[in-house]
Every structure is written in structure tokens, then in C-alpha cells.
Design a protein around this ligand. Structure first.
Ligand SMILES: [Zn+2]
Length: 386
């Protein structure tokens, strides 16, 4: 293992700590999330054509933590459609609405991307098994990619998680443990299990590579738009890895000269029943206090405390963005409307983002002619009961 030469290292934006990528990195010595910093990979503008000829999210392998000649643990994730939604846009009052539909990923959600990257690196680093807490979709993805890697996965989920998500965890061989409580309670159980059994903890931002997988949301969006960026990106935020990942992607693309547009305004969307990031943003705080008694039907938004709170808030502010909370009735109505008018399988979290985009335009915060990309992070059918 010692003869591997990594052309990336780890850096903590909160305290400035640095580390090599050897072994199985977790968080910085002070407990903050690491960010990956790449050595110069010699990417030039002409490499954009090569990227176009690739497939899936690993077409971006030169932007990702992959060693020369290494094969990733993949199920064909990425390459999700970026679809204009004129009929739904007209109904909602949004004149240039686009939907990035992550429901068509192999495990039915955007979680495929992060878990493909994290499990690729952790397997190489010597992990014997994986454990994580989940609101649903991450548990499905971890189980599937663990199976693909030939390694066992233990999943802790709230008992209230929609049953079909739990069925998918079991279907992909995940060892599922139900917890009376929310994802924070599940996280405590997962860390205990990891400490006792020596399995690797894949919790959001407790390892550096899920962000890198999620970064492909932003890389792909830019590529699909002809290396242009939209005016506004509206993103449902639980742990916030996708938001942080896209913010990192756009910064790296701009540094490389592949994109020259200004950073899009990033909008973080949460539920009125669990809105720690929205509250912190509105108070001007640089970190978020945990939310008491989190409740929402959008289980992916039932995250009372995010380890990446500082990074999320920094991304929102650096992009002149916003943070919006919507209630369950509004997110369910928006999901229903857009599914009916566009034939897309909108999840509750995607519905929340659509409701928030509608509200931002209605209130005049965002111009109705702005190009708005809304993320549908997962498949609606996984949340249906009965
Ligand atoms: Zn640190």
C-alpha cells in the first residue's frame, strides 16, 4: 500500500490542517470534514472533447479521486437528464425552468454518485465492511455499492423511513437496523458499531470522497449546458453534500478555465419542520444549531444537524444565494403538479425544491425569466406507502 502515489491530498478549510490520502481518511484532527485538493492534472480546454466521449459520472475521472489505471466501483451512475420543464414552469410561474432528474440513477437517487466514489476509495484503502446512518436513499445506495464491491454493509435507519426504501436496502443485501429516532440517533448507533467492529463509517462528510462523487452533479450540469452555468440552482438540503460538491465543482471548473460564467446563486431548501440551515442563514450565523424534534414527510430533509453546516453556509453566501423552508403541503403539491404535467417521478425532496423555486419567484427574490435548475434528488415511488 505504501508505494501508491496519490496526486491529491486532503485539506481542512475550517482549521487549515492537511494530510495525505493514504489509508482510510475520516475527518481532520479537530473533527471537521476534509476537502480533496488535486495536484495539477494538466487538464486543458481540448480535454473537454474527451469528457464528452466518456460515459456516466466516471467520464470525469480526471476530476475525481481515482488512481491511474484504477477501475471504480460503479453501477453506471450519472448521465442523468437535464430537462426543460416548460409546462410545469408555466403552471408555477417560472419561465425558464429546468429539472436535473437524479431519480434515474441506478439506486433511484443522487446518492449513487457519492457512494460510488466513497466505496471505490474505501475498498482500496482496506475497508472490511461499511456502516452508515440513513434517511433512506443513502442506505439503499451504500447497500448496492457495497454488494458491487463484495463487502458487507450495516445500515441504521429511522423506523419511520418509507417502507419501500427499507425494502430496497434489504434487497441489495444491507443488514438493516431500525432505530426509534431521527438520523442523528442512527449516527450514534453507526459510530458505536464502527468502533466495535472496525468497519468503515460512510456517514455524510465523515470521509472525504462522497463530496467528490457529488461534485459530478455540477460537472455534469455544466457539460450538459455547453459549459455554461444557470442563474440559479435550487437544491433540497439534508446533509448538504451535493451543494458543497457543486460549489467545489464550479470553483474547480472556473480555475481550469472550462467555465467562465459567474457562480450560480445556490439555494438551499429545507422543510419548515426541520430547517437548521435556513435558520442559521437568516440569522447570519456561520454554523447551524441542531433542530429539535425534526418532522417532515420529506425524509431526506429530516436531518437536524449537518456536519457540513459551515461549508453549506459559506457556499450559499459566496454565491449570493438563499435558504428557503417550505411546508409538507407545499412540497407534496409541487411534486404532484410537476409529476402530472411533465411525467417525471418527483420525490418529496424534489417537490420541496420546486415549491421553493416557485416561492422565490413569487416573492421577487428571483426574476421570473431567470434560468433556474431544480434538482429532483430521488424517485417518488420509493416514498409511496401502500
Ligand atoms: Zn479542521
Amino acid at each position: 500500500v505504501n508505494d501508491i502515489t496519490f496526486d491529491w491530498s486532503l485539506e481542512c478549510p475550517a482549521c487549515g490542517a492537511t494530510a495525505s490520502a493514504e489509508g482510510l481518511p475520516t475527518v481532520c484532527p479537530s473533527g471537521h470534514p476534509w476537502l480533496v485538493r488535486y495536484a495539477d492534472r494538466g487538464l486543458t480546454l481540448t480535454d473537454r472533447a474527451d469528457i464528452r466521449r466518456g460515459q456516466g459520472m466516471w467520464r470525469f475521472r480526471r476530476w475525481l479521486p481515482l488512481l491511474a489505471g484504477e477501475e471504480p466501483v460503479t453501477l453506471g451512475e450519472g448521465d442523468t437528464p437535464l430537462l426543460p420543464a416548460a409546462r410545469a414552469g408555466a403552471e408555477l410561474g417560472l419561465h425558464d425552468l429546468w429539472i436535473k432528474d437524479e431519480s434515474v440513477n441506478p439506486t433511484g437517487s443522487f446518492k449513487s454518485r457519492g457512494l460510488s466514489a466513497a466505496i471505490t476509495r474505501a475498498r482500496r484503502g482496506g475497508a472490511r465492511g461499511f456502516v452508515l446512518p440513513t434517511a433512506g436513499n443513502a442506505g439503499v445506495a451504500a447497500s448496492a455499492y457495497g454488494a458491487r464491491a463484495g463487502l458487507p454493509v450495516r445500515v441504521y435507519a429511522p423506523r419511520s423511513t418509507p417502507p419501500r426504501l427499507l425494502e430496497q436496502v434489504r434487497r441489495f443485501g444491507g443488514d438493516l437496523e431500525l432505530v426509534d429516532g431521527h438520523i442523528g440517533d442512527c449516527g450514534r448507533e453507526a459510530r458505536k458499531f464502527a468502533a466495535e467492529h472496525g468497519w468503515f463509517d460512510l456517514s455524510t462528510l465523515r470521509e472525504p470522497y462522497r463530496i467528490e462523487g457529488k461534485k459530478t452533479l455540477g460537472l455534469e450540469l455544466a457539460m450538459q449546458s455547453g459549459w455554461r452555468l444557470p442563474d440559479v440552482i435550487v437544491y433540497p438540503t439534508g446533509g448538504g453534500t451535493g451543494l458543497i460538491g457543486m460549489w467545489k465543482a464550479f470553483a474547480e471548473l472556473r480555475t481550469a478555465g472550462w467555465v467562465t460564467d459567474p457562480m450560480p446563486r445556490l439555494v438551499s431548501v429545507q422543510s419548515t419542520g426541520c430547517a437548521p440551515i435556513v435558520r442559521a442563514f437568516n440569522e447570519g450565523a456561520d454554523q447551524a444549531e441542531p433542530w429539535s424534534n425534526p418532522e417532515t414527510i420529506a425524509s431526506g430533509l429530516r436531518v437536524p444537524a449537518a456536519l457540513g453546516d459551515r461549508l453549506i453556509l459559506r457556499a450559499l453566501r459566496e454565491s449570493s444565494g438563499h435558504a428557503v423552508a417550505v411546508d409538507d403541503a407545499a412540497l407534496a403539491s409541487a411534486a404532484e403538479t410537476v409529476s402530472r404535467l411533465e411525467g417525471l417521478d418527483i420525490s418529496p425532496e424534489g417537490g420541496a425544491a420546486l415549491a421553493a423555486a416557485t416561492e422565490l419567484v413569487r416573492s421577487g427574490t428571483v426574476h421570473r425569466e431567470a434560468r433556474i435548475v431544480v434538482f429532483n434528488t430521488g424517485a417518488g415511488w420509493l416514498y409511496q406507502r401502500g
